[in-house]
Design a protein around this ligand. Structure first.
Ligand SMILES: [Cu+2]
Length: 251
């Protein structure tokens, strides 16, 4: 077989092995990734981005490891062969390819990332506003003057959290919603998401913030719109009976 044909055969075999390994690594990575349920619209968007990243990681891993292992095994030193390897210097075409292709991939992913961020952080009219207060070591929530130790939010409605901390940096994180945002002393930070699955979740602080950081948890309930209105009216009545008696304009 002429040398160029042999090279071509090696390349085709290695490329086929890269393709198969990419698919297997992609399946493996996505199977072992311990992601909780997708309970918000943002979870769908963010997981799609994570998925593409994992596919790219699977491909790059396979490209490097398969070519390396193939070379180690197929081109190993045979008994009695003491000859040197063939001498060659550089390959301009190859260098152009491995510069331009990753550059294009990085640009595509940058645009994809920017679009995802814009989508996840977008504002909407009629957002449900919750003021979130973080402190060492707990959370409190306020709905237009109504205080609550648990966070209750309506399903399928965009929530805007206006977050403040009275001491150190904390971080608001409900894994099922995927989004995460720091609370910074002296500066209000905003976090938006749209819950799509009713149920009970746990809010955790995701920033190491002191001795009892581990216990900085709060219950979160995603309920139907009518249940939310009922809950809010009830809490308002409990906290300020005078306001409720004053008339409907206090709602
Ligand atoms: Cu904290």
């Amino acid at each position: 077989m002429p040398k160029s044909a042999t090279d071509k055969r090696h390349f085709i075999i290695a490329a086929a092995l890269v393709a198969v390994t990419t698919v297997l690594m992609d399946i493996l990575l996505k199977a072992v990734l311990p992601l909780p349920i997708q309970a918000s619209l943002e979870a769908l968007t963010i997981d799609a981005l994570i998925g593409w990243h994992l596919s790219l990681i699977a491909f790059l891993f396979s490209l490097i490891v398969v070519f390396m292992l193939y070379s180690i095994v197929v081109f190993r030193k045979r008994p009695g062969d003491n000859s040197d390897g063939e001498h060659f210097e550089g390959n301009t075409t190859l260098e152009i390819i491995w510069t331009v292709v990753p550059l294009i991939a990085v640009i595509i992913f940058a645009f994809y990332g920017i679009n995802t961020l814009a989508e996840v952080t977008r504002s909407e009219p009629n957002e449900v506003v919750v003021k979130v207060n973080g402190f060492q070591w707990g959370w409190s929530f306020e709905y237009d003057g109504v205080l609550s130790p648990e966070m209750v939010i309506p399903v399928d409605q965009r929530v805007r959290l206006e977050m403040n901390t009275r001491d150190v940096i904390h971080s608001f994180w409900i894994p099922e919603m995927r989004v995460k945002q720091d609370l910074v002393p002296g500066q209000e930070t905003i976090l938006r998401f749209t819950p799509i699955v009713t149920g009970e979740y746990t809010l955790a602080c995701a920033e190491l913030c002191g001795r009892s950081h581990w216990s900085m948890l709060a219950p979160v309930r995603v309920v139907s719109a009518s249940e939310f209105d009922q809950w809010l009216a009830q809490r308002r009545a409990e906290q300020n009976p005078a306001l409720v008696q004053a008339g409907p304009d206090t709602e």
